[in-house]
Design a protein around this ligand. Structure first.
Ligand code: HEC
Length: 202
């Protein structure tokens, strides 16, 4: 029995040494996909970090066409850089993050509760590229509107995607005069250094 346990431990140790050796040999890159143990550990830590009270919360602001339009622009300005306008994560930055942004339209995201999505947007996800967007004593409505927008993502129309493109951040070389938009006059790109808070301008 003792010999059997030692044998099993030896096999594990050999496996770990080979895996470690191969990692050291090829080095680490953010281009890789995280391994299963890393993903499991990260998701468990994330779930422990969200209090049960928040996890059970439903969106207190039922989405309306107006709040969805606001959130769409907010998302195009602040989130699309990594997540893509359509939520696929298929962007130059998204491809090179570790872990990569998931496709927000799929069930791994959509099956999370409103409260879980809200907590992620409000607090970010530690040790990943996902920033925290909430500020202390901030009006939470913008974050809840983003949760409503993420729910709407699987059914985004081409017209909505075209509109979002106009609000995506551009490099200075690529800026054209702003296109006036009567419907969304009140929203302006958040200024640099505004702690990245996606919020409506006053
Ligand atoms: C700089 C890149 C970056 C930006 C900008 C960004 N995110 Fe993320 N986001 C990520 C990454 C990377 C992940 C995946 C983290 C992980 O796997 O733990 C993520 C994860 C998420 C998730 C969790 C998805 C899931 O299935 O668990 C949500 C929701 C989300 N982001 C929403 C947003 C919203 C809304 C914004 C804008 C207000 C935003 N993100 C801006 C990089 C970004």
């Amino acid at each position: 029995m003792k010999k059997k346990v030692i044998g099993i431990l030896a096999v594990f140790a050999l496996g770990a040494a080979l895996y470690g050796g191969s990692l050291l040999n090829r080095g680490f890159s953010a281009r890789d996909e995280p391994s299963l143990p890393e993903t499991l550990a990260a998701h468990t830590a994330r779930s422990l970090a969200t209090p049960m009270r928040v996890r059970k919360m439903a969106n207190p602001y039922a989405p309306t066409p107006d709040t969805l339009a606001e959130a769409r622009i907010n998302y195009a300005q602040n989130c699309a850089l990594c997540h893509g306008n359509n939520g696929s994560g298929d962007t130059p930055i998204g491809h090179n993050l570790y872990p990569k942004p998931p496709d927000l339209r799929l069930s791994a995201t959509q099956s999370q509760t409103d409260g879980e999505l809200y907590a992620i947007i409000q607090n970010g996800i530690r040790l990943t590229g996902m920033p925290a967007w909430g500020e202390v004593r901030d009006d939470d409505r913008d974050r809840w509107n983003l949760v409503g927008f993420i729910r709407h993502m699987p059914t985004l129309t081409q017209d909505e995607l075209n509109e979002m493109e106009r609000y995506n951040p551009r490099s200075p070389d690529n800026v054209s005069p702003a296109v006036p938009d009567q419907k969304n006059d009140g929203i302006k790109p958040s200024s640099a250094g505004s702690k990245h808070s996606p919020r409506r301008s006053q």
